[in-house]
Structures are given as C-alpha cells and as structure tokens.
Design a protein. Structure first.
Length: 276
C-alpha cells in the first residue's frame, strides 16, 4: 500500500528514474515560499544560487518545514522506505530572461553516498515549463554507473563546477513541467539538466535530497536530519537546524558545507578512486 504515489508511479520511477507531477502545497503557499525567499534575498543582498546550496534549508526554518512536508515525505517513503534522512537542499532560481542553465549531470557522482538510493524532490515555487527552463531528465540513465563529468566552470552554468556529461542525445530528454506547489522526483543517478529562462518572470525550484537511514557517506562523517521514522544506523551526525531566519549557528554550517563543495574539496567519485 503506497502513501502518496500510485503503484504505477512507483513502477515508473523504478524503470525510468523519475516521476512527476505530484502536489505538495497549493499555489498560494508556493507564492508565500517565493515571498520568503525573495525577502531573504533582499535582506542578504545575495544571489541565492550562490548561497542557498547543498544545505540551503539551514538558512530558513520555513524551508526545513517544506522539506518535512508530509505529502513530500509520503512520496519519498513510497520509494525509499519509512526511515528518511534529509541530507541537503539547493535552490535553483532563474531570473526572467536569464541565460543561466544547468548542464547534463548526475548528482550521484558528487554526492558521495553508498548505496546509491538517494532521491531528489524538486518543488516548484513558480511554474516550470518549456519556456522558462524546466528540469529535464534522461529516462533510464539511473540504471547505469556514475559517469565521468567534464568540469567546465562555464560562467552561465549554475552548477558549482560546471560539471557536464558529454555526448548526451538531447532528443531523448524528457521535460518535467510543474505548476507552483507541485514536485517531481528523480534518482541520484538520473542524468538531468535545464535550459535558460526565456520568459519574463522567474523560475524557482527548491531541490531536497533524501536518503534511507542505512545509506552512508563515502567522504567521512557528515550531517543530516532524520525527517521520518527511526535512525537505527547512526551514519550521520545531526544538522544544526535554524531556530529563526539566518540563525548564525546553522548559517555557519551551511557556509562550511557549501564552501567545501564549491571550492573543490568535494571531488567526483571517479577522481577519488583514481590513483593520486
Ligand atoms: O532546477 C534546475 O534547473 C536544476 C535542478 C538540479 O540540477 C537538481 O535538482 O539536482
């Protein structure tokens, strides 16, 4: 018996590595989350794409709450079971007429997790469609291995290292259009990307990264938050969750984790395995 997904959606995810659309919140609530993020941007003066990354939920209690939303956790439980850790979250906010894009990549190559059972939930806070740079996936790519990425550091690439899979057949790409408040899910090995925003308004999504509690970090002990069930494994230290917006204790954890990631300490799995 599933909790949020249909049996067909579970089967679709297992076969193709993605599923959409599911609903978490209504359009008004999505607009309220957008307002909270835009207020944070205005008060911090920062591009959220440069700050609310990897552990972006640690900046704002409202984002932790979204990552704990029962409809989302029910769908995650349908895929990975009842004991669920949230180990990260990243915003992807494209402005109107924004040339920035996300190149084809697999999250698994950089997440440093074993076994490969992570599921990403991408929550739309605005519409996401063909015009404004919707998230696209390559069906079935999750059943292959971690692939070597070329790190381009391209200026308009929204990924920290501009990491890119080469020789992708664009004709095989499937778009996952969403209305505000809906979400999609993809497996950490599913190759995904998005194009620039050709519309006048912003396209904003928050991606939440979930693992079953038995999944371990391959890069030493790290932090995560048990969001449902029981942690019988103790593979993760607890995140420092924000008690209020921009709580300095959680902000420093966010900054340290994102810093390690973007400044090159986090390597792709292929490089870590290679002789030094
Ligand atoms: O939102 C996008 O355009 C890309 C999202 C992404 O790369 C992710 O959710 O892992």
């Amino acid at each position: 018996m599933t909790k949020h997904l249909t049996e067909d959606q579970v089967a679709h995810f297992k076969q193709h590595g993605y599923v959409y659309p599911m609903r978490a919140i209504d359009a008004e609530q999505a607009a309220e989350y957008r307002r909270i993020i835009e207020q944070y941007e205005a008060s911090s003066g920062e591009d959220v794409n440069r700050t609310l990354k990897i552990k972006g939920h640690l900046a704002l209690p409202a984002i932790v709450e979204l990552g704990r939303h029962p409809a989302i956790l029910d769908a995650v439980e349908d895929l990975i079971g009842p004991d669920i850790m949230l180990f990260g979250a990243s915003i992807f906010a494209k402005n109107g007429r924004d040339p920035r894009y996300v190149s084809w990549h697999q999250d698994s190559t950089y997440f440093g997790l074993t076994p490969h059972e992570e599921v990403t939930v991408w929550v739309a806070l605005t519409p996401a469609n063909s015009v404004n740079g919707v998230l696209r996936v390559l069906p079935g790519s999750h059943s292959g291995p971690d692939l070597k990425h070329v790190e381009t550091y391209a200026a308009d690439n929204m990924l920290a290292k501009g990491q890119t899979l080469v020789d992708i057949d664009e004709n095989l790409a499937v778009e996952m259009p969403l209305q505000p408040g809906e979400f999609s899910m993809h497996h950490e090995r599913t190759a995904h990307s998005s194009l620039p925003n050709r519309s006048d308004d912003r396209r904003i999504g928050f991606a939440f990264f979930y693992v079953p509690a038995h999944v371990k970090s391959t890069t030493g002990r790290r932090r995560a938050t048990l969001v449902r069930g029981v942690d019988r494994f103790n593979h993760w230290d607890p995140d420092t969750l924000p008690e209020y917006d921009c709580d300095p204790r959680s902000m420093s954890e966010l900054a340290a984790t994102w810093g390690k990631y973007k400044d090159g300490e986090v390597k792709q799995a292929a490089d870590m395995a290679a002789p030094q």
